[in-house]
Design a protein around this ligand. Structure first.
Ligand code: AMP
Ligand code: ZN
Ligand code: ZN
Length: 414
């Protein structure tokens, strides 16, 4: 090689180094130095604790590898959607936050809360406790909440800075896009807490049952959505400061519809104001002195067990609120009850005893605050609120959670 050639090669190498360095410096400049971490929570309704093991879930697998996967996330009783989303948001048992089920009555006023009436769902007067977005907003941390139960209600005078009421028609990707849009604004307007809700696994699980190939397809499709969400988060220039949590509210069990209990055969109208019935649990609001009559006709019925609200197991943390009714009728696991109800029965059901693992959901997390490749034991959804407060560095309101049970998922210095 002559001298000219050597000089040329050296020049090319030098040029390469300069260009690479420039790119590195400009990436560093674009990456903002974040004084506070961002927390993004995705709820996959009805995603059972073991769904990852029965379907192809490369994206959840990848979170597990990079971050944390818990053996299960135990819901509170009753293992229903509204009760549990609001527990996740507040860290409170249902007797302390008041959203005891998807549908319930306030006996003193005879007001009915029902998930099918958007104006009730958005009425802050039903909601006790303090959801995480209220804790955040009241401490000057902005939040963006998409379709989470309670996000469109004014609670303690606050709503999220940005919220979207539940709309079954809104495509799932569009929900994720909305969150990304919220996160893409200038720093001083940007939320540090973002929450998003997707119901596909619940919807399909009810219709076809948890063991159906249709549910496996639904698991795989929501896993792809998790991948899409991660990819969009990774495109934000502060992606290194984002903690991402994927969790669910409860599991699902294949319904045993061979022997259905029709409460209508036993309940006399003169005993009750209302019976709010769902396949796994019914709440009977009795007229004065009629609870015993109702109990006496239900006590020997196969497939269910009925008791006074006060006699529910203490671990259910339900007895302190009259919203649970006077008599609570529980289906035995996988059994189904109806109340003069001719609608088609679901193939998958939840709402049973929360200690039954089939009612457990998932907890995955990744990001700068979480351990890498950590298999956490069973976690409890009452503890998520306190975890979110820790991640957001805000002071928690009073809650029923135990942060010590969650600390194992965090890096030591968090
Ligand atoms: P369930 O399976 O009966 O516990 O209720 C879950 C279903 O409620 C979901 O599949 C959604 O269709 C619906 N849902 C979830 N969030 C809301 C909401 N905020 N308002 C009304 N309906 C909702
Ligand atoms: Zn649910
Ligand atoms: Zn459901």
């Amino acid at each position: 090689m002559n001298f000219k050639r050597i000089a040329f090669v050296l020049f090319v190498v030098f040029l390469g180094i300069v260009v690479a360095q420039d790119a590195y410096v400009s990436r560093l400049r674009n990456r903002e130095v974040e004084p506070r971490m961002y927390t993004v929570v995705l709820s996959l309704d009805g995603f059972r604790f073991d769904y990852q093991d029965i379907a192809n879930t490369p994206n959840l697998d990848s979170i597990q590898k990079n971050g944390v996967r818990a053996a299960e996330l135990q819901p509170v009783f009753p293992s229903l959607t509204f009760a549990n989303h609001y527990t996740l948001a507040t860290g409170l048992y249902v007797e302390n936050h008041g959203i005891v089920a998807n549908n319930f009555m306030i006996p003193q006023t005879k007001q009915i809360y029902t998930k099918s009436a958007p104006e009730k769902v958005a009425d802050g007067r039903f909601y006790g406790g303090e959801p995480i977005w209220v804790t955040a907003e009241s401490q000057k941390i902005k939040s963006a909440v998409n379709m989470w139960v309670g996000c469109d209600a004014t609670i303690k005078g606050y709503r999220p800075t940005w919220w979207q009421s539940y709309s079954a028609d809104e495509p799932y990707k569009a929900r994720i896009d909305s969150i990304i849009e919220c996160l893409s604004v200038d720093y001083d307007k940007r939320p540090h807490l973002a929450m998003c809700y997707i119901e596909e696994t619940d919807k399909v699980g009810h219709r076809f049952g948890p063991d159906s190939p249709k549910t496996i397809a639904a698991i795989e499709s929501v896993d792809s959505l998790v991948g899409y969400f991660r990819q969009r988060l990774a495109s934000l220039n502060f992606c290194d400061s984002i903690n991402f949590i994927v969790l669910s509210d409860h599991g699902m069990v294949q319904a045993d519809t061979l022997s259905i209990v029709d409460l209508g055969k036993y309940v006399r109208h003169e005993w009750v104001d209302t019976v709010i019935c769902s396949p796994a649990i019914s709440l009977a609001y009795c007229k004065k002195d009629c609870a015993d009559s109702l109990l006496s006709v239900l006590k020997d019925v196969n497939g269910i067990s009925a008791c006074l609200r006060a006699d529910l197991p203490e671990r259910f943390h339900c007895s302190a609120t009259v919203r649970m009714g006077d008599v609570v009728i529980l289906s035995d696991s996988s059994k189904v009850q109806i109340y003069n109800n001719k609608r088609s029965l679901p193939a998958g059901v939840h709402g049973y005893d929360n200690a039954n693992s089939l009612m457990s959901g998932i907890f995955y997390a990744e990001g700068p605050s979480f351990k890498n490749g950590f298999a956490a034991p069973r976690l409890y959804n009452t503890d998520v609120y306190a975890l979110l407060c820790r991640l957001l560095e805000i002071a928690p309101a009073h809650n029923d959670g135990q942060i010590e049970r969650m600390e194992c998922v965090l890096k030591k210095d968090e």
